[in-house]
Design a protein around this ligand. Structure first.
Ligand SMILES: Nc1ncnc2c1ncn2[C@@H]1O[C@H](COP(=O)(O)OP(=O)(O)OP(=O)(O)O)[C@@H](O)[C@H]1O
Length: 291
């Protein structure tokens, strides 16, 4: 990175810090919430569902990875998805985000947006954010710059460096920094963060884009116990303001955050209920022990 870019970055961070130092609230301003949608479409959740899949199937070379899958998620819900390896969890997220087209079935965002009519970037713009297992932050940029860049994903890195935050963006950035507990580390290079902090930063980058629905694939894999506990706290603060779908194998984490747990097996819903209910379900015990 050139010195002029570094100077420019430092100047912006300093101006930002001065503006927001006094403005920190106990809740980090979280009461303001998120929720903007683009694409000129509002998500209609009046029927009590933000995501709705019905009878969805997809095959790869004759193998049914998703088999007549039906499930729905309520606005503000934090839904945990578990299931043995190969159950179809990632493929289900690929279908929701437009990465994979199902052979049949229905996938709706709210009650009016047919997601199967949109491309992957359009679905992201509509407010469905996805976090893959591995963190993909820009290691050579600071925490602040990563978050700032997330506001302007349509621009190149250099033009984004000179992008000026308006006060709405600036407030959101401060709010997100508080939410992901990186306010004090905003000038650190992302490459120097711990694994857990990188994961939180990437979640923060998604939050900058005002997602209605967040899909998170194995968010605590590789985290320390302390990082896992902090991630549970983070998800509980996001619940209500966003809808979350969390795929995870770590049962202690699921226990800390879950209300309803959906168990996938062989591409379908095998069981659904509280973690205790599904863990005591004979069919669930069988698919886990059978492997
Ligand atoms: N593009 C593809 N081509 C062929 N087979 C695929 C493809 N994507 C997924 N599959 C198969 O579909 C099945 C479901 O895979 P998927 O990755 O969705 O499972 P998962 O529940 O996410 O597993 P894990 O917990 O191991 O991540 C697996 O048998 C996988 O091998």
């Amino acid at each position: 990175m050139t010195p002029d870019l570094l100077d420019e970055g430092a100047r912006r961070v300093s101006a930002f810090a001065q503006k927001h130092q006094a403005g920190r609230t106990e809740s980090g301003g979280r009461e303001a919430g998120f929720g903007r949608l683009s694409m000129g479409q509002e998500v209609d959740t009046t029927h009590g569902r933000i995501l709705y899949l019905e009878d969805v199937s997809v095959s790869f070379d004759g193998f049914k990875a998703i088999n007549r899958l039906s499930l729905d998620i309520a606005p503000g819900e934090l839904r945990c998805i578990i299931g043995p390896n190969g159950a179809g969890k990632t493929t289900m997220m690929d279908i929701i985000t437009g990465k994979t087209r199902p052979d049949s079935g229905t996938v709706f965002f709210g009650s009016t947006i047919d997601l199967l009519r949109y491309t992957e970037p359009q679905i992201a713009q509509m407010g469905i954010g996805r976090k893959f297992q591995k963190p993909t932050v820009f290691e050579q940029l600071t925490v602040f710059e990563n978050l700032e860049l997330a506001l302007k994903t349509d621009k190149g890195v250099r033009s984004s460096m000179f992008f000026r935050l308006d006060s709405g963006h600036s407030d959101r950035l401060a709010e997100v920094l508080e939410t992901i507990q990186l306010s004090d580390g905003m000038t650190r290079l992302a490459g120097n963060l711990s694994h857990g902090q990188k994961q939180w930063l990437e979640i923060g980058m998604l939050l900058m884009q005002d997602p209605k629905l967040l899909l998170l694939d194995e968010p605590v894999a590789g985290m320390t116990d302390e990082e896992t506990a902090r991630t549970a706290e983070l998800f509980l603060t996001l619940k209500g303001r966003h809808s979350l779908m969390v795929v995870e194998h770590d049962m202690s984490f699921i226990r800390a955050i879950s209300e309803i747990v959906t168990v996938l097996s062989e591409g379908s819903v095998l069981a659904q209920g509280t973690l205790d209910q599904v863990q005591n379900d004979e069919r669930v015990i069988e698919v886990y022990l059978g492997r």
